[in-house]
Design a protein around this ligand. Structure first.
Ligand SMILES: [Zn+2]
Length: 152
C-alpha cells in the first residue's frame, strides 16, 4: 500500500502543514551530490550496504578489474579493453597508477581488501581512506602504491 501511494501527494500535504521544515529538507535533497552522500548511510541503516557497495564497485571498477585480468593473462581482448578503459575510469589518479604499472609490467596493481589495511603490504589504512573504500571508491596505498578496492 505504501509503495503504491503517490509520494507527491504526501509531499504536497507536508508542504502545507510544515512549509519551513519541508522546504529545508527538499532543498537539501536537491543539492548536488547529496544523494550519493546520504544513500550509503541510509542503506547501512537498513543493513543492505554490503550488497549495495558490491554492486557499486562492480559498476565503477568492474571494467578495470577485467582489464587487469586480461593484461595478466595476455588475453586477446586486452587492447580493446585498454582502449576503452581510460574514458571509463572515474578517477584519473587511479587510471595513471594503473597505466604506469601496466607499462612497467608490474601487474597486478589492484588488490581487494576487507577495508582496514592494505592487502598487499598490510599497512593500516587511515580512517579517511577506510571510509573512502567503504563508499565504493578506489584508493592508492600510501606505503606500497597499490590500488585498493573493497572486497566484494
Ligand atoms: Zn600497501
Amino acid at each position: 500500500m505504501l509503495v503504491q501511494a503517490d509520494p507527491r501527494q504526501g509531499i504536497t500535504t507536508w508542504e502545507q502543514l510544515d512549509p519551513e521544515g519541508s522546504k529545508r529538507f527538499l532543498t537539501l535533497l536537491r543539492q548536488q551530490n547529496i544523494r550519493q552522500q546520504v544513500e550509503p548511510h541510509l542503506l547501512a541503516l537498513f543493513e543492505i550496504a554490503p550488497d549495495y557497495v558490491r554492486r557499486l564497485i562492480e559498476h565503477r571498477w568492474g571494467f578495470l578489474l577485467k582489464l587487469q585480468e586480461a593484461d595478466i593473462h595476455l588475453s586477446p581482448e586486452r587492447e580493446d579493453l585498454y582502449a576503452r578503459a581510460k574514458a571509463r575510469c572515474p578517477d584519473t589518479r587511479i587510471w595513471t597508477c594503473y597505466d604506469a604499472a601496466r607499462r612497467a609490467k608490474r601487474l597486478p596493481v589492484i588488490f581487494q581488501t576487507s577495508g582496514n589495511s592494505c592487502s598487499k603490504c598490510h599497512t593500516l589504512l587511515p580512517m579517511r581512506q577506510q571510509q573512502h573504500l567503504k563508499n565504493g571508491n578506489a584508493i592508492i596505498c600510501d606505503n606500497c602504491d597499490k590500488i585498493l578496492l573493497l572486497k566484494g
